[in-house]
Design a protein around this ligand. Structure first.
Ligand code: PAF
Length: 282
């Protein structure tokens, strides 16, 4: 297992691989790996000659009052976990290397990044799109894999790769959940034992929405109202947003016709959690 911290060294490694005509699969992460990340890596392993992950807590995607400083970090543990699923190389640059003094270039994906999390976290997707572009330029992956839990991030990055004619195939892995339904996230670590129980309301509200659609409900307003009611009844839980959107452009829909995505963000105590589900009206 190679840990590469310097951008020129990473580029040298990539150049040697490409010279042999071999392919690279990249799983970008911010570290503090959990089973969800490892499943993305397992998916990527057979898809290319080399499996690379990046571990970089990207400062440009955090707002001024967000958890950049306390975001969990544990490189020795991450290294062990990554090795256990066959990762060959970890790119782990410093913030100074990625954003040196005088840095001033950003990637903005319009429209699709403006609602949902984009509305409550201004600048977040600009930071994500920028760092992922930089990772793609440094590592030149043939394939990059992202989790569907961050549905909007996936949609933004797919659009970015398409619009900018990037030589990478952006693939999705379904959300990985704990046995009780909680979507896996590095931020679950912040939850107390009680809050961990309250956080189940996210997946429960989404499953309730799916059941309502199965029973014939088509009004997005009615489905969202039920989710809001469930969240507001849960201790320490406040709604950031509950929205039902079309799966491609992420524009809010009024009625469920065909496929739609219900996405929500909920603050449980001080921890902001997100989740989503596909709704299908037959
Ligand atoms: O999903 C994440 O962990 C991050 O947003 C990503 C894609 C690694 C960019 O920093």
């Amino acid at each position: 297992m190679k840990i590469i911290r310097e951008i020129p060294a990473m580029k040298d490694w990539v150049r040697a691989v490409k010279k042999k005509g071999e392919t690279i699969c990249l799983v970008p992460t911010m570290g503090y790996l959990h089973k969800g990340h490892l499943d993305l890596m397992r998916m990527g392993k057979p898809m290319a000659d080399h499996l690379v992950i990046s571990i970089f807590v990207n400062p440009t995607q955090f707002g001024p009052s967000e958890d950049l400083d306390k975001y969990p970090r544990d490189l020795p543990r991450d290294t062990e976990l990554a090795a256990s699923v066959g990762v060959e190389c970890i790119f782990h640059p410093s913030a100074e290397a990625m954003y040196p003094k005088g840095y001033c270039t950003y990637v903005e994906v319009e429209n699709i990044s403006e609602g949902l999390c984009g509305a409550s976290r201004p600048g977040h997707f600009r930071g994500v799109a920028t760092v992922v572009t930089k990772l793609f330029n440094i590592i030149e992956p043939d394939i990059a894999i992202f989790g569907e839990k961050d549905y909007q991030q996936l949609a933004v990055l797919r659009k970015m790769a398409e619009d900018l004619n990037m030589n990478v195939q952006v693939l999705a892995h379904p959300t990985v959940r704990e046995d009780d339904g909680l979507a896996m996230s590095s931020r679950n670590k912040y939850l107390s034992t009680e809050q961990r129980q309250y956080a189940l309301v996210l997946s429960q509200a989404l499953l309730k929405a799916r059941r309502l659609v199965e029973q014939g409900e088509r009004s997005a307003e009615a489905i969202k109202a039920e989710a809001v009611r469930m969240i507001e009844q849960t201790p320490e839980s406040t709604v950031d947003y509950v929205e039902i959107v079309d799966p491609a452009l992420l524009k809010p829909v009024e009625r469920i016709e065909g496929r739609a995505v219900m996405a929500l963000a909920v603050r449980v105590g001080a921890t902001r959690l997100i989740d989503n589900i596909t709704l299908e009206a037959s």
